[in-house]
Design a protein around this ligand. Structure first.
Ligand SMILES: Cc1cc2nc3c(=O)[nH]c(=O)nc-3n(C[C@H](O)[C@H](O)[C@H](O)COP(=O)(O)O)c2cc1C
Length: 302
């Protein structure tokens, strides 16, 4: 199985870029995911999108997540991901963003299992790394069909399935309903990864126990806390937060150039979340446009 420690970093657009993954890698040898990458943009050689597929100088396995619904483009993009060094190719079938839904992508594929399976089947024919799917419980609460959907995806050749235990309509509202993941686990043989509202060891244990899943995927809890995966695995953390954040900032600047300063803002705000006087720090960070001044802000605050 391509999962070792069972706790993996979720794909997060605008978060799990190369600099962030490199920071997570200090604490985890497990599978880490890229942000979702548009298959169409990759096929049309968008420079910015191609950069998202740069997996060089990263140790450990990286899963590339593709989003799209065009069969030809998805297969072509999957081949590009494999060539770039992806260890796993994941297909986004859960994103609720309107623009993607309009394009029959993301969570729209829940409503079109035939196309969803065709995408998996076609990609399986052209690459040899594991092909996985990340999805939600269903479109809305009245049409939850994850058990059937999971069986179909397994038959189409999916090597594993990650389930965010909410429906598309729920977005992030309501508590997750992990019981559906258990039901899926009972009827399929491929590994099932549970996702949704796992933030610490307590919720991780509860999730594993209730779902009997083969692994857990963590998203929001890693924002401002790239060591959370290791913390949940039970490792003792000894982090110099200032040096850690300075390294993350250096990496962002090296990777993005001046744009890195703007991308750093949200990360700095997340890192500061649990500290005092955070509102004032956040205000300053969001107003800052000078690299050296930003470095001073980091030095003084952390
Ligand atoms: C900022 C942000 C970006 C996200 N981007 C993606 C994405 O690119 N692909 C995807 O499948 N899910 C994406 N998600 C959903 C997460 O991967 C995850 O399924 C969801 O947040 C629930 O997990 P959590 O409770 O651990 O946060 C994103 C979530 C957040 C908060």
């Amino acid at each position: 199985m391509f999962l070792k420690n069972k706790i993996i970093l979720a794909p997060m657009a605008g978060v799990t870029d190369k600099p962030f993954r490199q920071m997570v890698r200090h604490f985890s040898n497990e599978l880490l995911f890229t942000e979702m990458i548009s298959a169409t943009a990759l096929c049309y050689h968008s420079k910015e999108t191609a950069k998202m597929l740069d997996l060089s100088n990263e140790t450990g396995p990286i899963g590339v997540q593709l989003v799209g619904s065009n069969l030809k483009e998805m297969s072509q993009a999957a081949q590009m991901a494999e060539q770039a060094g992806a260890a796993v190719l994941d297909i986004n079938m859960g994103c609720p963003v309107k623009k993607l839904i309009k394009n029959s992508s993301g969570a729209a594929l829940i409503k079109d299992p035939y196309l969803a399976c065709q995408i998996v089947e076609n990609i399986k024919k052209v690459i040899s790394i594991p092909v996985t799917v990340k999805t939600r419980l269903g479109w809305d609460e009245t049409t939850i069909d994850i058990v059937k959907f999971a069986k179909k995806l397994q038959n189409a050749g999916a090597d594993s399935l990650t389930i965010h235990a909410r429906t598309k309509a729920q977005g992030y509202r309501r508590k997750v309903d992990w019981s559906w993941i258990r039901k899926v686990k009972e009827v399929v043989s491929i590994p099932i990864i549970a996702n949704g509202d796992v933030t610490d060891q307590k919720t991780a244990s509860a999730c594993m126990e209730q779902t009997r899943s083969d692994g857990i995927m963590i998203a929001r809890a890693a924002m401002g806390k790239p060591w959370v995966l290791a913390e949940i695995s039970g490792e003792t953390m000894n982090i110099n937060l200032k040096y850690f954040i300075e390294e993350h900032f250096d990496r962002l600047m090296a990777y993005y150039g001046h744009k890195g300063l703007f991308i750093a803002r949200k990360h700095l705000a997340w890192y500061a979340r649990e500290k005092s006087f955070v509102a004032n720090f956040r205000r300053k960070v969001y107003a800052e446009t000078d690299e050296n001044q930003m470095r001073s802000l980091i030095k003084d605050f952390f």
